[in-house]
Design a protein around this ligand. Structure first.
Ligand SMILES: Cc1ncc(COP(=O)(O)O)c(C=O)c1O
Length: 355
């Protein structure tokens, strides 16, 4: 049965990737063994890790001075890990507060030093990307969340802060192109455009590391992991493998620029309908709208039951909005076909025509 999966994450993955992953759990590389019952130090798995790191560099056009790691702890540990590797003991960092995940990143970084929140849209329930003021002198980096999964907002382009950037790209990595030269580090939990839950990717400028004057616990020290080729301890082998399959799929489908075009076509279809259909309104300001997560609501809540019945019978799944926004959220990650968005738009129009 074909389900239109609009889940915010974990979320839809390409069917080819799921089939190949399932096969590898049965038997990997003709070894007579499952992918998940071989040593992570075997040549078969080391090749998986190396290809995943290399393909990330290739697809994102990372400069040679960048390294890529696949670790555990999710983006939630990334909040602290990013700060402890880059914030000098006596230094300061600027943070943009554009949603729940940004606020969590700020809370973790504040454990380590002086944080200047240079912009926030909290007062309007994060319905836009805030404007931000220039970071104060001696700021080491500015951190921002490129796409706010819960509120459906996204930085339209890479911000110009006049200082190196650090970003949580959990929900839009590999969905659009950007210039990595502006960054000291970015990180992303895998479970949207990259693969299943269980690993977090860090990409960072090696030359920006080891300058904080801090003692860093081994697992949180990105240079320790880099020195061991992302094999300091047992990596999350299944997640890294499925991530590799997804990266191969992105490459085979034309790369990140092609993903971006497809994603723009999908988001344009849904936002055109939200703006046209008198029964709906969007949550995010037009200039802050996300290409990944479209948040919207019914103007007349008495139609909720009927609309919910209609989209469920159209085999749409995962459309309920996050509790802090309400309404609906259509998450349209790389693997979601345009056809699924068209199905949702058809249901919205059918509701309108019922009168
Ligand atoms: C933008 C963003 N940052 C961070 C997280 C937290 O990620 P994790 O669950 O991998 O810690 C999420 C989770 O959905 C997210 O969407």
């Amino acid at each position: 049965m074909k389900i239109h999966n609009f889940s915010a994450g974990p979320c839809i993955l390409p069917p080819e990737v799921l089939n190949e992953a399932a096969a590898a759990v049965g038997e990997f590389n003709g070894l007579g063994l499952s992918l998940i019952e071989i040593s992570h130090r075997s040549k078969d798995f080391v090749a998986v890790m190396e290809e995943a790191r290399e393909l990330t560099k290739e697809l994102l056009h990372l400069p040679d001075r960048f390294d890529v790691l696949f670790l555990q702890g999710g983006a939630s540990l990334g909040f602290y890990t990013a700060a402890i590797n880059l914030l000098p003991t006596e230094g300061r960092a600027a943070y943009v507060d554009s949603g729940t995940w940004s606020a969590k990143a700020i809370k973790e970084a504040e454990l380590l030093g002086k944080i200047d929140v240079v912009g926030s849209s909290k007062a309007s329930n994060y319905d836009r990307i805030p404007t931000f003021s220039a970071p104060p002198k001696e700021t080491s980096f500015m951190h921002y969340t490129s796409n706010n999964t819960i509120f459906g907002t996204q930085f339209a382009s890479t911000p110009d802060a006049g200082v190196p950037l650090v970003a949580d790209m959990s929900s839009d990595i590999f969905s659009r192109t950007f210039d990595a030269n502006l960054f000291h580090l970015f990180y992303a939990g895998a479970q949207k455009n990259m693969g299943p839950a269980g690993t977090v990717m860090y990409a960072f400028d090696k030359e920006a590391m080891s300058q904080t004057g801090r003692a860093i616990p081994s697992y949180l020290d990105l240079t320790v992991h880099a020195g061991k080729d992302s094999m300091f301890n047992t990596p999350p082998v299944f997640s890294v493998f499925v991530t590799l399959l997804t990266l191969r799929w992105i490459k085979a489908n034309g790369g990140v620029a092609v993903m971006q075009k497809r994603n723009e076509a999908k988001s344009s279809l849904i936002y055109t309908e939200i703006d046209r259909n008198p029964l709906f309104e969007g949550h995010a300001h037009v200039d802050s709208r996300s290409h990944m997560n479209a948040t919207f609501r019914l103007l007349d809540e008495s139609k909720t039951e009927r609309f919910d019945t209609m989209w469920k019978s159209a085999k749409i799944s995962g459309l309920k909005g996050h509790r802090s926004v309400g309404g609906y959220r259509a998450s349209m990650y790389n693997a979601l076909p345009l056809e699924s968005v068209q199905t949702l738009v058809d249901v919205m129009q059918a509701l309108e025509h019922e009168g």
